[in-house]
Design a binder for this molecule. Structure first.
Ligand code: SAH
Ligand code: SF4
Ligand code: F3S
Length: 448
């Protein structure tokens, strides 16, 4: 079918993104493709000629929210039948035709592996009276460089691996994102170099498990080597990466973080659970003892670093004593911050079929206890920063308070302080005056 390359001329699009940074990055690609077709962006759904949902299915709550939001568009679609609604991303990859059962006013559904087909999908959907479902089962590293319209001018996401082959027993991601595929190192370096030339100050290297980067390339390229190479790119001031897997965080990687001046002293190391029995049932591949050892080694090599984590409560078979082991390891490690989740059975994953499901009220109650403990620890750790001077990158302005800038420490803590907008993009030193649980208030000390 002939695709009109100007199909979006004079038209507006609106994208809603759910889920993790991979999806945020994919939405930048969707936006890039649409800009190439002549579309301009709008923040309002009422004004849009095309509405895209880039979806997540990691937990049931995410899906419920998305279908709820899709349903809210029914009256709009009825009023303006030529409005196009497209659903892509992980939930679309999983549900395929089922998206149309739940939301029949959707015009087209596409998956995580065929983003590049968007122009064709829009053309077809506009011409057809029936909804269209086009979801590829297999993923390849996109061979063509797809355009991107990035969200910021300062910080950029750079994908280094697609997919995941870890198959943690609770997780849907490997089923909807395909097996792990690494991008060639030269492509990554080239992208980072271009970003630096465009004025970007910070890059975040993205993958579901960045630590195993390069394994599938079979050329002896490792994540540690990649970090060292990215560190050489002139103009970039900060390098972050997410997500790490504690099982694959080697001594070589710790040394690279220690040696590379641009790589930030922040370790996001999802532990998921503190009980060895549960960790094993989750197929995580490490024990609590190994995790503690890793934390110890990291703190020895990279002092004053921050460590954050993800934790799931109520995994099938989790007894009170298993949960107590989670609380205990949280106390031992003293995480700077933790993202805590209630286990959500994802159909098709092994954990969803396990018999010993934990009742909802028990899960909720455990989550509350865990959050309470973690909040106290976060507050205590931040309190220790009172009066300290820290280097921050000024990233934006506060939405709630006037003349207040937002910035981040190398350890990824949010610092708010009074200042002028022309400091945007600068590295400055601030003194912490008022630490809180989630962020820090400070004052400007010096501009570097
Ligand atoms: N690849 C990353 C992120 C995966 S999704 C990693 O391995 O850490 C982000 C977080 O969602 C996970 O770390 C996990 O804590 C949580 N999560 C994943 N599946 C879940 C499920 N079925 N129920 C509840 N939380 C889940
Ligand atoms: Fe999911 Fe585990 Fe892969 Fe993370 S490492 S995406 S939790 S399967
Ligand atoms: Fe969600 Fe897909 Fe990310 S399931 S967490 S958007 S990889």
């Amino acid at each position: 079918m002939e695709i009109c390359r100007e199909i979006g001329k004079g038209k507006k699009y609106h994208i809603r993104t759910y889920g993790c940074q991979m999806n945020e990055r994919d939405s930048e690609t969707l936006a890039g493709i649409l800009a190439d077709l002549g579309y301009t962006r709008t923040a309002s759904v009422e004004e849009a000629d095309l509405i895209l949902f880039n979806t997540c299915c990691v937990r049931e709550t995410a899906e419920r929210k998305i279908y709820g939001r899709l349903n809210e568009l029914r009256p709009l679609k009825k009023k303006r039948p030529d409005l196009l609604i497209g659903v892509g991303g992980c939930m679309a990859q999983k549900d395929k035709e089922r998206v149309l059962t739940k939301a029949p006013h959707v015009d087209f559904v596409f998956g995580t592996h065929n983003i590049q087909e968007l122009p064709e999908l829009i053309s077809k959907a506009a011409a057809l009276s029936e909804p269209l479902v086009q979801v590829w089962e297999e993923g390849q590293v996109p061979l063509v460089d797809l355009p991107a319209q990035r969200e910021g001018k300062l910080k950029a996401y750079v994908t280094i691996t697609y997919g995941c082959t870890n198959f943690c027993t609770y997780c849907i991601v490997p089923y909807v994102r395909g097996k792990e595929r690494s991008r060639p190192p030269q492509d990554i370096i080239q992208e980072v170099t271009e970003l630096a030339q465009e004025g970007y100050k910070e890059v975040t290297l993205l993958g579901q498990n960045v630590n195993t980067y390069g394994r599938d390339l079979g050329k002896g390229v490792s994540f540690a080597q990649l970090l060292r190479e990215v560190n050489q790119v002139e103009g970039i001031q900060r390098i972050r990466y997410t997500t790490s897997h504690p099982r694959d965080f080697t001594a070589e990687i710790i040394a690279a973080v220690r040696d590379c001046d641009k790589v930030c002293e922040h370790f996001h190391l999802p532990i998921q659970a503190g009980s060895n029995r549960i960790l094993q049932r989750m197929n995580r591949g490490y024990t609590r003892e190994e995790y503690l050892q890793l934390v110890e080694r990291i703190r020895e090599e990279v002092p004053d670093c921050s460590i954050t984590t993800d934790i799931i409560v109520g995994f099938p078979g989790e007894e009170e004593e298993d949960f107590a082991a989670t609380l205990d390891i949280v106390r031992q490690v003293r995480f700077d911050n933790a993202f805590t989740f209630v286990f959500s059975p994802r159909s098709g994953t092994p954990a969803a079929k396990m018999k010993e499901q934990v009742p909802e009220d028990v899960k909720k109650e455990r989550l509350n206890r865990l959050m309470e403990l973690q909040d106290r620890i976060s507050r205590d750790i931040n309190e220790e920063l009172r009066g300290k001077e820290l280097e921050v990158l000024v990233e934006g302005t506060s939405k709630k308070e006037e003349k207040i800038l937002t910035s981040r420490t190398r350890t990824n803590k949010l610092v708010l302080f009074p200042g002028e907008e022309d400091l945007m993009g600068e590295l400055v030193t601030v003194r912490i005056t008022r630490p809180q649980t989630w962020n820090l208030y400070g004052e400007l000390v010096k501009i570097e």
